[in-house]
Each structure stands twice: as C-alpha cells, then as structure tokens.
Design a protein around this ligand. Structure first.
Ligand code: ADP
Ligand code: MG
Length: 617
C-alpha cells in the first residue's frame, strides 16, 4: 500500500523544533491536550449525529481510553469521536490552522528561554505529544467513511501518511515514549494527571487495567452543571484551558444560571493574556453554545456581542431546539435574550472587579479596553455601564483615570470633558492644541485607539458633561477657571484682525478659515476642524483604510502673542508674504501629522526664507 512522505509546513517544523529542544518543566500537559482533542472529537460527532444518526452506528457510547504497553514503550490514547480523513490529517496535523499558533510563532525569538515562556503561555496542542514521544502514530477513521488512515512522524520535518484497514471509528494516538520521559508509562502517574487535570472532561476517560478491566478516571459530568461551591479554582482553570485553547489563567470567571423566560447556564472566562485574533476584521468570538449538554456550535453569531469577543467558555441552553442551524441562531429571539442577560452579568462582574482589584483591572483594561470601547459605539443600552468601566490616559498624570475621576478634577466653569485623539500618547502630549488647556490646568484625555474616534462621535455625554475634542471647533477657554487664575491673567492679546484677513487672502481655498487662537500659548500655529466637520485624526484614519479619499478644509489658528506672527504683521503684501503664509500652514500640517500636499513648494519656500534670514543678518 502506498505510503506518502510529506513535509510539515515550515512553521510546524519550527514549532516542533522548539518543542523538542525545550526541557519543558510541565511535560505532563501533553496528556491534557490529547484528551482535550479527543473530547472535542466526541462533541463534534455527537452534534453531527443529530442530523445523521447513522454516523454513530452501533458505537454510541463515547469514551476516551488510555492504555500502556510497557514492553513496546507506548502510551495509547483512543477515542471513538469523529475521526479524520486524509485531508483532515494533512490540514490539522501538518499545517498550522489555528490563527493563534501562527501569531505565537511570529512572537518567537529563536531564543530558547523566551520561546519556552511563550509555550508555557499558549500551549501547542497536538504537537505537545512530541515533548514526551520520539515517534507518534495516529490511526484514524472518520465517521461515515470506510477507509482509515495512518499518520506517522518523528516530529523532525516530515510525516508519513498511508491507508490503514480494519480501524474502528475515531482516533487512536500511539506515543512511542522517549527514553527521558518513561515516567509517562507509569500507570499511577498517568491516573494522577487525568484525575487532577481532566476531571472536567464530559466524556468518560478510562484506563485499561492490567487485568483487562477498564478503570474510570473522571466523573464525566459537564463541569458547568455542578454547583459553584463544588468546583475548585484549579478545575475552573483546567476547563478554561480546554475550551479556550489557552494556556494562561483566567483573570475572571462568571458562572451563572438564568431561570425564567429563558433558562441557561453560562460559564465564561476573561483570559489574562489577550488572544491573538482579537483584532481580526470579522471580530469572531469563541464561546461554545451547548443545547442540553450537546455542543452545537462555537462562535455562533449573535450569542456574544463583538465587543466581548475576548470571553472564552460555554453557554448551555435548556430551551433552544437541538437541530438549530447557524442561520437560525442569528435571528433567534431566545439567543438574543441569552446575549442580553449574559452581557449584563459579565459587565456587572467587571464593575465589581474594577472596585475590588484596581491593579488587576487596569491590566485587564490594557489588554481588552480597546475591544470593550467598541460597545460604547455599537450598544447604546450598555453605554452607562461601559462608561463606568472605561479607563483613560490623560494629561493629569501617568496612570489611568476613570471618568468620575476626571469630572471630580474639572475646573470652575468647565462643562465639557476634553479629549484629543491620535496614534500615540507621546505625540499627543506634544500637540499644540493642548497648550492653552495645559496653561489653565485643564485636563485632557489622550485617546489612542482607533475606535476612540468613533465612539466619541456617537456618545454625547457622561453625567451630562459632553465630550469635546480639543482639535475641533472653538476652544471657549476664556470662561474656564477665571476666578482661580484671575491674578496672573495674561495681558490682552494684540489685535490681529488685519493679519487674519491678509492671511486668508493669501491662502485662499487651502484653508476653511483663519482665526486668532485661544488654545495656543507657545506654538505659532495649529490646525483645527470646524465644529460640524470630521475630526482630523479620524479622517486620516479613514483615508488610511481607503474609506474616504477626501481631505476636508481646516481652520488655521494663529497665536497672536507669538513673535513670528507679530513680525508677519509688519511685512508688506506681496510674494514673500504669501510664501510665509503657506509656510505657516505647512508647519501646522506637519505638527498635525498630515502629509504636505506639495512638498517641493514647501522646500522651495523654506529655502528662500532661510536664505533671506541668513543674508540679512
Ligand atoms: P486545537 O485543539 O486547538 O484545534 P490541536 O493542535 O490540539 O489544536 O489540534 C489540531 C486539530 O487536529 C484539531 O482542531 C482537530 O481538528 C484535529 N484533531 C486533533 N486530535 C483529534 C482527535 N482525537 N480526533 C479528531 N480530530 C483531532
Ligand atoms: Mg487541542
């Protein structure tokens, strides 16, 4: 019979190389990974059999069976789940299909120590078998297929695949245990690992005894059906790692039962490490939906709002029909209700955590805040809870602040919550538009997530204080902080009305308007958006993503107290004045992070101006 030798995808080879080199301190995770996969395979067949009962034939009692052959030096893990055909084998065990593992590989340094720490965080699924085995054989026959297959590899660059006859349905993985891992041929060692880490697995896990009788190792009751007080943190963690395919600890656990119009149990986790696919465009979630203990889908649309897509875990409904299709799920009223109740419970848990564990909450926000803020934009119902949860960087200090904190620091006469959006905090801190606010001690929120431009446009206010961009509209600074600052109120600004008119004439349609600035104290000029126009950062963002290709006209604000402007005031009209006007505008564009429409003209004007300066001095 034809055996074929195939190369692993390059990434798999790299991964296996690291696995092999690693003196991983917790090698026993391989067993959890393989049992986790076997249990998934049973879940998937159970679901497929709802519509095609024949798939089960006469083998309907799912089971995961471990057996040891000390003489041959092998440990076998067998399941009667869905199995794999040839394509499945190549796709699942020869390439890296999981987005997480791909991204994990990108982060790898080639530095054994750091890579090892990463493996510890993310796990490597099936490939962890090569931590303890120098050869792995997989015998498998897919439910409904007549032909079985054998996959075999020493984990060094390639694998063999060929037909195998006489196989039972499901997958049998034979590990040829390496010399330095012989402890995994020890019955009591294996039993201990399964009892402690795989008890939550809902399929019975048995160990073949020396006398031929099977010995059941786990209680095989779905973890979420048990009472909270009966479940240890360790059990929650093992279950989280199973359903979340993660390797970190859950930062928060929400285990809740809803009764009434809809009846369901949710067991959801917030990871402590951000998953890798958090910002893929279709924003998938990975929560599993069970209907009366049968897994019907993972990531069903409509079950979890996209802004909570970092959640891992399960929801088990008592009411949904078992044969519900993916399309029906989306529009199902009951699913909507489940989403609503779950969302509320998760958010209130987060509110609680924010109060009880400030530091942990800030780490959570650092990882998932940008996702959660999408809810401000797309779920008005949860706005007030989300505004309460939100944390911000601001000009007031290095740490995070919440909105209540901001409001408590607002100045006399200030009635808006000021913010500025941009790509990074350091650049924002240097924005000329902040100068006037800083001079008056008015705090400004520094927003650097792309989503910030969107929610700030949609959310009107927090506790009746409107959000206001400092790069948009008038600054209205005169009315703020009058009393406290009255003593060192600066001299009235020189009148520049005439200069404004002349600049406007020189710049023509390149600007929407020119005006004397209230917000500048040090810089000569800055750009701002008109009240009704799109925010400048948002427009740049949309241009980058080719959502718009226009460039709105902006307002050029000039600083009447700045020497440059005062000098300009005395310049006579003519080509030189026009050049200076354009140089000012280009300078404002550069400060704003806009690109120059005509860099050649800018360079010519700048050279001419510098030359004039050098020759006259
Ligand atoms: P993950 O479980 O996170 O998807 P793994 O590396 O553990 O990643 O497994 C890769 C894939 O191989 C699984 O998604 C599944 O499709 C397939 N697979 C692994 N073990 C089995 C098994 N016992 N039965 C059927 N399919 C399996
Ligand atoms: Mg797995």
């Amino acid at each position: 019979m034809a055996e074929e030798r195939l190369e692993f995808q390059a990434e798999v080879s790299r991964l296996l190389d690291i696995v092999a080199r690693s003196l991983y301190s917790k090698k026993d995770v391989f067993l959890r990974e393989l049992i986790s996969n076997a249990s998934d395979a049973c879940d998937r067949l159970r679901y497929a059999a709802l519509t095609t009962p024949d798939l089960l034939s006469d083998d309907a009692a799912f089971q995961i069976r471990l057996s040891i052959d000390k003489d041959a030096g092998t440990l076998t893990i067998a399941d009667n789940g869905i199995g794999m055909d040839r394509t499945d084998l190549i796709d699942n065990l020869g390439t890296i299909a999981k987005s997480g593992t791909g991204a994990f590989l990108e982060q790898m340094q080639g530095d054994a120590k750091e890579d090892l720490a990463l493996i510890g965080q993310f796990g490597v699924g099936f490939y962890s078998a090569f931590m303890v085995a120098d050869k792995v054989d997989v015998f498998t026959r897919k439910a409904g297929d007549a032909q079985g297959w054998r996959w075999s590899s020493d984990g060094k660059g390639s694998f063999e695949i060929g037909e195998a006859d006489g196989l039972k349905r499901g997958t049998r993985i034979v590990l040829h245990i390496a010399e330095d891992s012989r402890e995994f041929l020890d019955r009591s060692r294996l039993e201990h690992i399964v009892r402690t880490h795989s008890d939550h697995v809902a399929v019975p896990v048995v160990m073949a005894g020396e006398d031929g009788a099977d010995n059941r190792l786990n209680r095989a009751a779905a973890l979420w059906t048990r009472g909270k007080s009966d479940i240890t943190d360790e059990e929650y963690k093992d279950f989280y790692q199973h359903v979340g395919h993660g390797f970190d600890e859950p930062w928060a656990t929400v285990h809740t039962k809803a009764e009434g119009t809809v009846e369901f149990t949710a067991l959801l986790f917030v990871p402590s490490q951000p998953p890798f696919d958090l910002f893929t465009p279709d924003r998938p979630h990975h929560v599993r939906l069970y209907v009366r203990r049968v897994l019907v889908s993972e990531g069903a649309e409509g079950l979890i709002p996209p802004y909570l897509r970092f959640l891992r875990g399960i929801i088990d409904s008592e009411d949904l029909p078992l044969n519900i299709s993916r399309e029906m799920l989306q529009s199902n009223r009951m699913v909507g209700k489940i989403r609503q109740i779950t969302t509320k419970r998760v958010l209130s848990e987060l509110v609680k955590r924010a109060k009880d564990d400030e530091e942990g909450y800030e780490a959570f926000w650092q990882s998932f805040g940008a996702v959660l803020k999408e809810g401000l934009y797309e779920e008005p119902d949860q706005r007030s809870a989300l505004l309460e949860l939100a944390r911000f960087r601001s000009t007031a200090g290095d740490g995070w602040t919440d909105l209540a904190g901001y409001v408590s620091r607002m100045k006399e006469g200030q009635n808006a919550i000021y913010f500025i959006t941009g790509d990074n905090e350091q650049a924002l801190q240097r924005s000329p538009q902040l100068e006037g606010f800083r001079a008056k001690g008015i705090e400004v929120l520094l927003l650097t997530d792309p989503i910030d431009d969107f929610w700030t446009a949609g959310v009107e206010a927090y506790e009746e204080k409107p959000f206001k961009s400092v790069t948009k509209g008038g600054a209205d600074l005169a009315a703020i902080g009058k009393e406290e600052e009255a003593t060192d109120e600066p001299k009235p600004a020189p009148d520049v009305a005439d200069l404004v008119v002349r600049l406007k004439a020189a710049l023509g349609s390149a600007v929407k308007d020119v005006r004397a600035s209230e917000r500048l104290t040090d810089s000569p000029v800055c750009l701002v958006a008109d009240e009704g126009d799109m925010d400048m950062h948002m427009e740049r963002l949309l241009r980058q993503h080719r959502q718009v290709d226009m460039a709105s006209q902006r307002i050029l604000e000039i600083n009447p107290r700045h020497g440059l402007l005062q000098g300009l005031e005395h310049m006579t009209a003519g080509a030189e004045f026009d050049d200076m006007a354009h140089l000012l505008l280009d300078q404002a564009r550069i400060l704003e992070g806009e690109s120059l429409p005509d860099p050649a003209a800018f360079s010519r004007r700048l050279s001419a101006a510098v030359e004039r300066g050098l020759t006259t001095s």
